[in-house]
Write a new protein. Structure first.
Length: 132
């Protein structure tokens, strides 16, 4: 199997090639505010290789994204955990602070043998005072 990641602007894409039943994958990405103004989450988007996609924009971003993410994945992928951590609460990152997102997914026994799955998250941050 092969697990990889690519970052393009505000989007991080992960792929799992040749997935197999009972496989578990740990994924983590960091978000750092290099600016001098607090950054507020304006939008979050999801897209996968099976055609599932969604986007939420402020002020309609749910505080608890776990169930939404889990419902977005194929039925044979289970989310074992999703954690937002670091210096910042969900949705805002102050200057020089870092937040991180990590999750663990499990490919169940129903996973097609040698399956390749790809998914992306897009996170767009604006100056905190400009986020509705």
């Amino acid at each position: 199997y092969e697990v990889g990641q690519e970052i393009d602007g505000n989007t991080v894409t992960y792929w799992i090639k040749n997935a197999f039943p009972s496989m578990e994958v740990y994924i983590k990405f960091d978000l750092h505010n290099d600016g001098s103004v607090p950054a507020g989450l304006y939008s979050i988007a999801f897209k996968d290789s099976l055609g599932k996609e969604w986007e939420y924009t402020a002020p309609n971003i749910p505080e608890h994204m776990g169930p939404i993410i889990e419902d977005s994945l194929p039925e044979w992928i289970e989310v074992e955990s999703i954690t937002w951590g670091g210096d910042a609460p969900f949705g805002q990152i102050d200057p020089e602070q870092t937040a991180w997102v990590e999750f663990v997914i499990h490919f169940t026994e129903d996973t097609p043998q040698d399956f390749t799955y790809e998914f992306s998250f897009g996170l767009e941050y604006w100056n905190w005072n400009e986020v509705p």
